[in-house]
Design a protein around this ligand. Structure first.
Ligand code: 13P
Ligand code: SF4
Length: 333
């Protein structure tokens, strides 16, 4: 992590400076589970929030602060801006992108949609504002299956983008007529199915928790497949004491707090040295630190801008997801 080598006193001072700045600037910190423990703690200590991408969007939308500081990757900041054009949205580093977003350029995606005018366009939140603006629905991993099942039951055919693994998973769960863009997450794509089989044999008591951006053969071995929030919840609720976890290792921070005394084993990747590129940690999430967060708050630099017309169109698709999830909650409760 960025601040690993920082002296404890220095870190404490920096945190207290950020706390003051958050108050002065009427700002709230919204973080993802993959960013450093320091940032997650800071969010908790200052009335902010750490969660999965759906709940981050929801929290930012409902919170009264005039500035949202998003510690995560760019699409999360853009989603916050799309939903809250009147708020200022800051990020520690604007270069923090996502391989799914990078792999789905808006123009090519739009041409793909043009080839399939009969299909409902459902895009994962891990996309640019332009791609969202070309879609009918935006979904996150926590709700993708439910939305696609709903569309399938209405007789709609789906064009899905960009994560082929999540698309494949959702298709297999719902039976929907679904075609997918060919994208992948560099972190989750590395989890290895064969090595996971061996690990399960060695740890027969452990439940397997998998994020659905992982390859099919990994997902097939899961006891629970879900978003980061759903994975943490499963660790709390399942009776198992040990878990094999296939998602970014940033999640272990919260898992250990949420389920103290339980044991979390990282699912196998190709190898720390030669073959693995991301080594179960998102290089873009790792760009978020205390120093660049403080800098952004102090200077107002690293503000997220979304073209207003693009934002308006994207908002329709994002609001659809929020509305859908509100209805689900009222049905479930
Ligand atoms: P969640 O919505 O599950 O937090 O996923 C976001 C993400 O980028 C996972 O890699
Ligand atoms: Fe994107 Fe994967 Fe990083 Fe999530 S972990 S932000 S999907 S590259």
């Amino acid at each position: 992590e960025l601040e690993e080598s920082m002296a404890p006193e220095e870190k404490r001072d920096l945190k207290s400076r950020i706390k003051t700045l958050l108050k002065e600037k009427d700002a709230v910190l919204v973080a993802h589970y993959y960013v450093s423990g320091d940032l997650q703690e800071l969010a908790a200590e200052t009335g902010g929030f750490t969660s999965d991408s759906l709940d981050m969007a929801r929290f930012g939308n409902e919170h009264p602060a005039s500035t949202l500081v998003v510690a995560g990757v760019r699409f999360m900041g853009e989603t916050a801006k799309i939903l809250n054009p009147e708020k200022k949205v800051l990020m520690p580093d604007l270069e923090a992108t996502c391989s799914l977003d990078l792999g789905c350029p808006a123009e090519e995606f739009s041409a793909f949609c043009d080839q399939h005018p009969d299909r409902t366009v459902v895009v994962y939140a891990n996309t640019s504002a332009e791609v969202k603006a070309r879609s009918h629905w935006v979904v996150t991993s926590s709700i993708a299956e439910k939305v696609v099942r709903y569309l399938h039951q209405k007789g709609e055919k789906v064009l899905w983008a960009p994560d082929k693994y999540l698309g494949d998973y959702v298709q297999s769960r719902t039976g929907a007529d679904l075609i997918s863009w060919d994208g992948a997450c560099v972190v989750h794509e590395e989890f290895k199915a064969e090595a996971l089989k061996d690990m399960r044999l060695e740890n027969p008591d452990a439940a397997v928790l998998v994020h659905p951006e992982s390859p099919r053969e990994v997902i097939e071995q899961a006891d629970v497949v879900g978003s980061t929030t759903q994975i943490i919840k499963a660790a709390q609720e399942l009776p198992n004491r040990r878990f094999i976890v296939a998602t970014d290792r940033g999640i272990f921070h919260k898992m250990r707090q949420a389920a103290p005394g339980k044991v979390f084993i990282p699912a196998p990747i190709a190898g720390e040295t030669v073959e693995c590129i991301a080594c179960a940690h998102c290089p873009w999430m790792a760009m978020n630190g205390l120093q660049n967060l403080a800098h952004s708050l102090e200077t107002g630099e690293n503000e997220i801008h979304v073209d207003p017309e693009t934002g308006r169109r994207a908002r329709v698709a994002v609001e659809r997801m929020l509305e859908f999830s509100r209805n689900l909650k009222s049905v479930e409760s």
